[in-house]
Design a protein. Sequence first.
Length: 140
Amino acid sequence: MNEKTPFIPATLDDFGFTPAQFRIVCRVARRGNCYESIPKMAAGCRLEIKTVKTALRTLTNSGVFEKQSRQGQTSILKLAPFAQWQQPSPKGTPGAKRPDTQPKWHPTHPTQKAPHKGNPIEGSPIKDKSTFNPSSFIPK
């Protein structure tokens, strides 16, 4: 093992990658030209294959990676020059949330604005503590 202290440049650390994207960028950067298959990359990064595929697509489309496709073989990935990088879009990236979106409303779920009706303890089998028997929950 190398005795040097790991160093991550501030430009990489502060770029705004998701944890999965950051992990993949570091893995590819460490190799120079990365020939690794997606399943092996996923296993090495301890990520799901779908997460790796989505992150690779996002990073390639954002100009972070240069990709050389090879017929019948894995593609070659390498880091593009930093000047070509664009901020990855959070849309379609696992774990990323867009700040301008609201949760979707579903007609069967009550809204938080709906008034609460009744006492949540009413109808509870343990509301009358004098008749509560904890041993009744233990299987015989």
